[in-house]
Design a protein around this ligand. Structure first.
Ligand code: DLL
Length: 442
């Protein structure tokens, strides 16, 4: 696709698709969607089988709402078709492969044609530009390189935008700090918890994290809260924006946040059609504004077209603002498979982050431990959280009480809080693990 451009609305030149009307966008979506479902049906046996079983045919897709009649695709489908069964092009047309680590079961494998890679780079570039990054800026890319889509996806996007990319990858935090000081990057790309690790390590070295050259951070790959944004923006003296994506749908850049509004990521709807479904009754497609599970259908992908992929990410769709035709997604509360059920109450780690960061004595470093003490029928959750460096043990203990009370009030469940020494909990190297499930296996 040729990349048409229009006059800048601010100091940036936007893609034409960023500025089109909603009507024009929906007409584009419909024609691309009709093509994609037919393409998937003709080329991927799993889709043919699923559509036939559901008694639906690509020709039945006459308007956008007809998409709801098509069957879902899940991670399990990709696992069953491991490694290349979902690819819609012959292997020699696949230019690159990525895969998710697959903590449970087989990895899920995804592929890209040359055009897919070009579209991906364009959408990451679009996301970075929305978040304040400009051609000519130096970009420190701390997303992990390798099979994970974060490193190479962000890299290609920053290059496509015309930036100078520093491909440091994740880890080796001391070295990251040296390079930030020596190369003086304008922007950093990382997971929010890894940026926190970097800031923390700077403070340990006596470097003020607010004194670096960094002006923009583009953060994603894990849930984070407005409170965490505030923490990082103040500590590092920069503007932090969200970037969202998942490997099955593309990688980073499915959606990106505008720095002038900082009100949630705009989904790039010229390439992806989002839906929100009721996670408990998937047959129900919810209206914009209602909370549920995010589902995506790709509109332009060649190697791995994906129809109604259930992300397990819980959020809602909101009207577009900085890019009016493209709807925004609310912050992701969590993943349905990360939900803790504590004494009948549903709970996500992001809720604890939100509450804890409003208590000045507490740091953003915390873990949730789930146990079932012997002889008890009920699960127990312990929040292990570091007090801030400047806080005494006594004030930490008072803060623990406050956190316990606030969780009871806002979440509705009792838990234990253990305020621990600064620096004692494991630091993030990328996607941070928050939940430690120590309950006896059933
Ligand atoms: O994490 C892609 C990515 C890389 C996105 C770098 C942004 C930046 P996966 O490893 O397949 O891909 O994991 C996808 O991570 O379903 C969400 O649960 C979570 N996730 C990704 N971005 C965000 C975000 C990459 N901005 C899974 N906010 C998704 C909250 C996010 N969760």
């Amino acid at each position: 696709m040729t990349q048409e451009t229009v006059a800048p609305t601010s100091d940036a030149v936007l893609d034409r698709e960023e500025t089109i009307s909603r009507d024009e966008l929906e007409a584009l979506q419909l024609s691309r969607l009709q093509h994609t479902v037919a393409y998937a049906y003709d080329r991927v046996p799993l889709y043919k089988r699923k559509f036939d079983e559901a008694g639906i045919h690509p020709a039945d897709l006459r308007e956008l709402s007809d998409l709801g009649k098509f069957p879902f695709t899940t991670k399990e489908d990709l696992r069953l078709e491991y490694p290349f069964g979902m690819f819609a092009v012959p292997q020699h047309e696949v230019a690159r492969i990525h895969a998710s680590s697959g903590t449970t079961g087989r990895a899920t494998v995804v592929g890209y044609t040359k055009k897919d890679l070009a579209d991906w780079a364009k959408l990451v570039a679009r996301s970075l530009r929305a978040s304040g990054v400009r051609p000519g800026m130096k970009v420190h890319n701390a997303y992990g390189y390798g099979l994970f889509t974060g490193g190479m996806g962000a890299h290609a996007g920053a290059e496509a935008l015309g930036c100078t990319v520093i491909p440091i990858s994740g880890g080796q935090t001391e070295r990251q700090i040296t390079l930030i000081q020596d190369f003086k990057p304008d922007a950093i790309l990382a997971t929010p918890t890894y940026l926190l690790t970097i800031a923390d390590a700077m403070m340990k070295q006596g470097i003020d994290p607010a004194s670096t050259s960094l002006k923009y951070a583009v953060l994603g790959a894990e849930p984070w809260t407005e409170e965490m944004r505030h923490e990082l923006e103040v500590t590092m003296n920069l503007k932090a924006c969200d970037i969202y994506g998942l490997s099955e749908v593309m990688g980073p850049g499915v959606a990106g946040e505008a720095v002038e509004t900082q009100d949630g990521s705009h989904i790039w709807e010229d390439h992806f059609r989002p839906e929100i479904i009721d996670a408990f009754d998937p047959s129900v497609v919810l209206d914009d504004g209602e909370h549920g599970e995010l589902v995506f259908t790709s509109l332009t992908k060649e190697a791995l077209p994906i129809i109604r992929y259930r992300t397990k990410d819980l959020t809602r769709l909101l009207p577009g603002t900085a890019r009016p035709a493209h709807r925004r997604m609310g912050r992701i509360t969590g993943r349905s498979d990360d939900m803790i059920i504590l004494r009948g109450v549903n709970l996500f780690p992001s809720q604890i982050e939100e509450i804890a960061l409003r208590i000045p004595e507490l740091s953003p470093h915390f873990q949730l431990e789930l146990t079932r003490p012997e002889g008890h029928r009920m699960d127990q959750m312990t929040v292990k959280i570091e007090r801030r460096e400047s806080v005494t043990i006594e004030s930490g203990a008072a803060a623990a009480k406050a956190l316990q009370q606030q969780i009871k009030i806002h979440v509705g469940s009792s838990c234990a809080v253990d305020v621990v020494e600064p620096g004692s909990l494991e630091r993030s190297n990328g996607k941070l693990r928050r939940i430690y499930d120590l309950r006896p296996k059933a």
